[in-house]
Design a protein around this ligand. Structure first.
Ligand code: BT5
Length: 330
């Protein structure tokens, strides 16, 4: 007997009490074993009422990022149709890469974790991922695209996050190529990693982290100036599983358009219309040097079109941009 099996029974009998005895008979285990599983479900965040001589009754579902909780919101064919959920893990990207090496793992498989002890940003930076307050997940993808175009997958992720938040009346800006900001502070970062041969991708792992319900105290002092959560900005608790499902729904639609029809149109429109960079003078790190540029556009291939100090127009494929006065140089 697993706690998930008990959960299924409680959910099937939502309005009724199920006695400990009934559960122990059904699964052929002791009542103490049943109680232990109920305790663990409560720790997961399920609100389960227990009354002596009547038994257990589920009151509401928990906001945990399991397939069981997310499936009712999902409208996808394959993205998120297999979810591997952890209470705690070093990094969902590390786990996803380990699993992606196994050729039998299905494309669209997702790794979620309530917390990460070694969440990763780009270039070895740390991603703070405190328990059950954010959405920390990675998607395993095996697209038939050129390895040169992998950065477009990050843009698809950023556009999907923007659209999902917009459904909840949250206005966000995309900081090309991998951040989503609310009120000029970072709420979401994306880390896309790939294993590839010269002209063929073995797999891509796209990890997305979103700060949902943390308060200021959940961030390190260093981050408080430049990071925020949806709760801090909108003064209310958000449902993580609903946001995750919306992101997956939007992502899959645009991903299929891209890998099957080679069209990035919707994604680029979203990235362009919600860009925090277009029209601004910013700094871009190139070969270790920080150069001032003016951002003009994001073109149909997802590249940043910029004007350099000497008035020449250039296209940038990937890079790190910092904006004076928006938040500290990352
Ligand atoms: C990123 O890197 O923004 C990519 C973050 C990807 C995180 C996800 S969570 C699920 C998956 N599993 C992982 O292990 N990672 C992915 P970068 O552009 O390098 O930004 C990193 C910088 O953002 C750090 O140096 C901090 O300054 C800042 N930062 C760290 N944690 C943050 C947080 N929770 N919210 C906002 N900013 C944060």
């Amino acid at each position: 007997m697993t706690k998930e099996e008990i959960l299924v029974i409680l959910k099937e009998n939502r309005d009724e009490f199920i006695s400990g005895e009934e559960l122990s008979n059904k699964f052929g285990v002791s009542r103490a074993a049943v109680w232990k599983h109920i305790k663990s479900l409560k720790e997961d965040g399920y609100n389960i009422e227990s009354i002596s001589r009547r038994g257990y009754r589920i009151i509401e579902n928990a906001d945990v990022l399991t397939y069981e909780e997310i499936k009712n919101y999902l409208e996808t064919k394959f993205v998120g149709q297999n979810i591997i959920h952890y209470d705690t893990i070093d990094s969902t990207n590390l786990k996803a890469k380990e699993l992606a090496n196994d050729s039998s793992i299905k494309e669209g498989t997702i790794i979620t974790s309530e917390e990460q002890t070694r969440g990763k940003g780009r270039l070895g930076r740390v991603w703070e991922s405190p328990k059950s307050t954010g959405i920390w997940f990675s998607i395993i993808l095996k697209p038939n695209i050129s390895p040169m175009n992998v950065s477009n997958i990050t843009l698809l992720g950023a556009a999907a996050v923007n659209l999902a938040l917009s459904d909840l009346n949250i206005e966000s800006k995309i900081k090309w190529p991998n951040d989503v900001l609310v009120n000029s502070k970072k709420v979401c970062g994306i880390l896309t990693e790939m294993s590839a041969e010269l002209d063929e991708i073995n797999y891509i792992v796209m990890g997305i982290g979103i700060n949902v319900n943390m308060t200021e105290n959940d961030f390190s002092e260093e981050l408080r100036k430049k990071a925020t959560s949806l709760k801090s900005e909108y003064k209310k608790q958000f449902c993580r599983k609903q946001i995750l499902a919306k992101i997956l729904n939007y992502f899959e639609k645009m991903y299929i358009e891209y890998v099957e029809n080679n069209s990035l149109e919707q994604c680029i429109n979203v990235c362009r219309d919600n860009s925090i960079l277009i029209g601004r003078e910013v700094y871009i790190k190139e070969r270790g040097q920080s150069n001032k540029i003016k951002v003009i556009d994001i073109n149909s291939e997802g590249h940043l079109v910029v004007e350099r100090d000497n008035n020449s127009i250039d296209e940038i494929i990937s890079g790190e941009v910092s904006i004076d006065g928006v938040y500290g140089v990352l």
